[in-house]
Design a protein around this ligand. Structure first.
Ligand SMILES: [Zn+2]
Length: 104
């Protein structure tokens, strides 16, 4: 049996390559908002992070979003994202478990 091709993305904090659905996408929209995109489908420049707040904090410390999104991200945005990140973590894990059931 041939394994299914899984699209890989790199976590901007720990630099690990991971299947896309293991990662949380952060997007900079055309309106220059930076937000978490659980659908993975929002328009804009995306950056990926492991679904762990540890990785988020690492990215915050190293300002990895500035590089990944090619824009200066204000500290207040990092703080907001961190709160959002914690808030969506459970939802993200639940979605992931559901996604594992359907075989695309
Ligand atoms: Zn990571």
């Amino acid at each position: 049996m041939k394994p299914r091709k899984v699209p890989l993305r790199k976590c901007i904090a720990c630099q690990r390559m991971m299947p896309k659905k293991e990662l949380i996408r952060v997007v900079r929209t055309p309106e220059a908002n930076v937000l978490i995109d659980l659908t993975g489908k929002k328009a804009g420049r995306g950056a990926y992070l492991c679904g762990q707040v540890d990785c988020f904090r690492l990215a915050k410390k190293s300002r990895a979003f500035d590089r990944a999104l090619k824009a200066q991200v204000e500290p207040v945005i990092y703080d907001q994202l961190e709160q959002d990140f914690i808030a969506v973590e459970d939802e993200f894990i639940a979605n992931k478990e559901r996604a594992e059931d359907d075989d695309e």
